[in-house]
Design a protein around this ligand. Structure first.
Ligand SMILES: NC(=O)c1ccc[n+]([C@@H]2O[C@H](COP(=O)([O-])OP(=O)(O)OC[C@H]3O[C@@H](n4cnc5c(N)ncnc54)[C@H](OP(=O)(O)O)[C@@H]3O)[C@@H](O)[C@H]2O)c1
Length: 261
């Protein structure tokens, strides 16, 4: 008997923010494991480039949608279109995110607060709701199952100076995910969060350029380096696979050990 749950042939995964960064790292592993992959992002050129690269990796179909997750109707329409064009959604990874900070907490504007909320919580809410709607309808028609994932952040459980709005969104997302896990398990739907630590992407470019940051923060990472998008591939494949059929309501920290040091 062979054990091969990580071959995702026949499964369809949607990754928001899948054209670069952590989302791309997950999309890459999913595509290489033969899943069909749908990616969403606002930038058409980045989407096209990602589809070209991802299409070369596995046996599944890869398509992109130009989607701003902060627009409810766009999310509703795009989800329906993914199902129409790719047949189904087995895994939905709400990864698209932004990080707007402020010089200090007392100088944080309502506009900054709302810009974080619009993408990281409103967008994740609409993305997850629409995919879960599809999954529950499918379950009621006799085809249960599905995996939804929220990409939150260590910032959601640790103090994030000058980034309280961002941190609040990342504290809220796992709460939403746990509620989905409790309510939708009866349909075979599992819901989990991923909490990245310090990962080298466009979002952290300023910190990557800072010697002070490297010497004070990255030296405290037990694995002794920045995380990379590809460090998220294994978890994405696991959560999309039948190996995780009994894994629900968890928060998976991927931070090179930073949180425990
Ligand atoms: N990097 C880290 O250290 C770190 C740590 C903890 C958590 N995270 C979380 O991990 C996730 C990915 O972050 P990252 O570091 O990979 O960031 P990134 O390199 O800046 O990439 C962000 C991705 O999200 C997409 N995106 C942003 N706003 C969007 C919107 N309104 N609608 C649709 N797509 C949108 C971007 O595509 P377009 O620009 O084309 O829209 C891009 O694909 C985020 O949720 C972030 O908060 C990151």
């Amino acid at each position: 008997m062979t054990y091969a749950p990580f071959d995702l042939t026949g499964k369809v995964a949607l990754v928001t923010g899948g054209n670069r960064g952590i989302g791309y790292g997950m999309a890459e592993a999913l595509a290489a494991s033969n899943a069909s992959v749908a990616i969403w992002g606002r930038k058409e050129a980045a989407n096209t480039e990602a589809v070209e690269a991802l299409s070369k990796l596995g046996a599944g179909d890869v398509q992109a949608w130009t989607v701003d997750v902060a627009d409810e109707q766009v999310v509703v329409d795009a989800t329906a279109d993914v199902v129409a064009k790719m047949g189904r959604i087995d895994t939905c990874i709400a990864n698209a995110g932004v990080g707007f900070g402020a010089p200090s907490f007392v100088e944080m504007t309502t506009e900054t607060w709302r810009k974080n909320m619009a993408v990281n919580l409103d967008g994740a809410f609409w993305t997850l709701r629409e995919s879960v709607k599809h999954m529950t309808e499918r379950a009621k028609a006799g085809d249960p199952g599905g995996s939804v994932v929220g990409v939150a952040s260590l910032a959601g459980i640790e103090g994030a100076a000058r980034n309280q709005a961002y941190a609040a969104t990342k504290g809220g997302l796992p709460s939403m995910i746990r509620g989905i896990a409790v309510e939708c398990g009866r349909y075979g739907i599992r819901a989990n969060s991923i909490l990245p630590g310090w990962i080298a992407t466009d979002m952290t470019s300023m910190a990557q350029d800072s010697d002070v940051f490297s010497s004070k923060v990255i030296t405290r990472v037990p694995i002794r380096r920045w995380g990379e998008p590809k460090d998220f591939g294994g978890m994405a494949v696991y959560l999309a696979s039948d190996a995780s059929l009994y894994t629900s309501g968890t928060t998976m920290i991927i931070d090179g050990g930073y949180a425990v040091f």
